[in-house]
Design a protein around this ligand. Structure first.
Ligand SMILES: [Fe+2]
Length: 383
């Protein structure tokens, strides 16, 4: 057996952690770049954070430019701001986009702009040679797992690409998970990020690259997301549900960043070739179909998953797998994830092309490998 496991150096999981963040960040540095979602400036979270930094004598400058998907311009701007201010720490407070901009900036600040140089396929092959600035990740949604991964996905609205900057050194030095921060997420965001978390757990569970460390994380994450996603969607103030989902997202992130994802991620990314739908929506729509395809090859693949989701034992092999697939379909229906892509209006030509474009890291981790034509046929069925 052989595997590698990589994780943030330190994680603090505590409801209300942000209210007393001082004791966790003292000594890391003296000049902070705070990359933060503008929502948290409006609701007063940023000023509370700034007061705590002031009390510690930490100077700070904030970058509030990330709106929607993370863009190369965000990383280049934030890095320039940090260099001018003489920052020695980067802290991100926000969803996956904000975390990724901060993560990439921490690497670019010490290695030089522009960030595009470091991106896979579209860059110049430039590497992170100098150690990045210490990076503190504070997620405010439960889903993307960006707080634990060693890559930042950055796009360009101008040049129409979305690519990864990937390096072991980019992984956060400190991850602070405060489930209370997720309370501000509206139901739609809770649904889309939450099903992304569930998909990370499910795909990292089923992949042939799962390890003895990741598999239990995946299964426990599935159980938590199964129990709490509907509750968090129905009532955003349900703090127990937010705590459960934050934990599920963290476990799923740790699992998939060490074992890979699967075909729902490959197919979800292919949908983004034509349709700028949120990442979680694409993977959530395709997840039950991918589970079905995987189960055709191995009818008992998800039996333990069915048992933790339904909280019962199944006597007949395969029944747990069928129950797991049905559970995901019902979960999707409850939280408003569509059962197909009819509403997108994809053409037959698009379905065929998406079948070709779904290949990459995630697809290669899927337990079942199909030809492009077969994945294209799935898109054809869904459109
Ligand atoms: Fe994902």
């Amino acid at each position: 057996m052989e595997f590698t496991f990589i994780a943030p150096s330190k994680t603090i999981y505590k409801t209300g952690a942000l209210d007393a963040i001082g004791k966790h960040i003292e000594g890391i540095g003296s000049r902070f770049l705070i990359v933060i979602d503008p929502v948290f400036e409006k609701n007063g979270t940023l000023s509370k954070l700034e007061k705590q930094l002031d009390a510690l004598g930490i100077a700070h400058t904030s970058y509030l430019g990330v709106v929607g998907e993370p863009d190369v311009s965000n990383v280049d701007e934030a890095s320039a701001q940090a260099i001018e201010f003489g920052c020695d720490v980067v802290m991100s407070v926000g969803g996956g986009s904000v975390l990724d901009v901060g993560k990439a900036s921490a690497g670019v600040i010490t290695n030089g702009t522009p960030v595009k140089d470091y991106l896979e396929y579209v860059g110049t092959g430039r590497k992170v040679v100098n150690p990045p600035l210490p990076f503190i990740a504070v997620p405010t949604t439960a889903g993307t797992g960006a707080e634990v991964t060693k890559l930042a996905v950055i796009g360009s609205k101008k040049e129409h690409f979305k690519r990864s900057m990937r390096d072991d050194q980019l992984i956060a030095n400190l991850c602070i998970i405060d489930p209370r921060l997720c309370v501000s997420a509206p139901p739609k965001v809770t649904a889309i990020t939450g099903i992304d978390a569930m998909t990370h757990c499910m795909e990292s569970y089923a992949t042939w690259k799962a390890t003895p460390i990741t598999k239990p994380l995946s299964l426990r994450g599935i159980e938590l997301a199964g129990r709490y996603l509907k509750r968090a969607y129905d009532n955003g103030e349900d703090i127990e549900a937010r705590e459960g989902m934050s934990l599920a997202a963290y476990m799923g992130g740790l699992a998939f960043s060490n074992s890979g994802n699967g075909a729902a991620h490959g197919l979800g990314m292919a949908l983004n070739v034509y349709f700028p739908i949120p990442h979680g929506l694409g993977v959530g729509i395709t997840l039950p179909y991918v589970m079905e395809i995987n189960a055709e090859e191995d009818p008992t693949l998800y039996d333990p998953v069915g048992e933790v989701l339904l909280r019962k034992r199944f006597n007949t092999p395969g029944d747990g797998t069928k129950a797991a697939i049905e559970f995901i379909r019902e979960l999707n229906a409850h939280i408003g994830i569509p059962a197909d892509i009819k509403w997108l209006g994809a053409s037959a030509e698009m379905a065929r092309t998406m079948g070709e474009k779904c290949f990459g890291n995630s697809m290669s981790c899927n337990p079942v490998q199909l030809e492009a034509q077969k994945w294209g046929a799935l898109f054809e069925r869904l459109r």
